[in-house]
Design a protein around this ligand. Structure first.
Ligand SMILES: Nc1ncnc2c1ncn2[C@@H]1O[C@H](COP(=O)(O)OP(=O)(O)OP(=O)(O)O)[C@@H](O)[C@H]1O
Ligand SMILES: O=C(O)C1=C[C@@H](O)[C@@H](O)[C@H](O)C1
Ligand SMILES: [Mg+2]
Length: 158
């Protein structure tokens, strides 16, 4: 989910494992030569979701990679299946108030334009079952990014 800390925690885990971090949002922007807000504005969400699936499938075969996906990649079951096949998946969760607090002041998330509180609540409701496929779910509320990374690594290493 947006603002739960995927990019931040992904970087910490990649550094700890000596892996390469691929941030899917950055990869989509690189492949498309446009920012995500530009893509939403000029081509719409469906176009962005196609680009997101294509970018995901282009990186999943790589080894030694921590992939920080976009928050909405789970909207397509095919993407979830590809992530499970391609690796080990951690889903980060947070409540609406924490997410709003974290994303406030960042205009880079087009789906949150307008009433951010209402949008976050609505998206959380729509996606509440979408993260259950993950190998581990981690509540990030009340945990620092370092603590979240350590928790994920403990599960990953078993
Ligand atoms: N555990 C945490 N506690 C408090 N703040 C956090 C935590 N993890 C990340 N943050 C902060 O929350 C904000 C959003 O984090 P980040 O960009 O990593 O989220 P994201 O899940 O990648 O979001 P998106 O899906 O939009 O890419 C950043 O300002 C980051 O510093
Ligand atoms: O949760 C979402 O649907 C999104 C999250 C971001 O990471 C971006 O991928 C984009 O803003 C959409
Ligand atoms: Mg991110």
């Amino acid at each position: 989910m947006m603002g739960t800390g995927k990019s931040t925690v992904g970087r910490l885990i990649a550094d700890e494992l000596g892996y390469t971090l691929i941030d899917l949002d950055a990869e989509i922007e690189r492949l498309e030569g446009k920012t995500i807000p530009e893509m939403f504005e000029t081509a719409g969400e469906h176009y962005f979701r196609e680009a997101e699936s294509a970018a995901l499938n282009s990186v999943l075969h790589q080894r030694g990679v921590v992939l920080a996906s976009g928050g909405g990649a789970v909207l397509r079951a095919d993407n979830c299946e590809a992530m499970k096949r391609g690796g080990w998946v951690a889903a980060l969760t947070a409540d609406a108030a924490s997410i709003v607090e974290r994303v406030r002041g960042d205009a880079n998330r087009p789906l949150l334009a307008g009433d951010v509180e209402e949008k976050v609540r609505q998206i959380l409701e729509e996606r509440k079952d979408k993260y259950l496929f993950a190998d581990v779910m981690v509540d990030t509320v009340g945990r620092s990014a370092d603590e979240v990374a350590a928790h994920i690594l403990a599960h990953y290493r078993g």
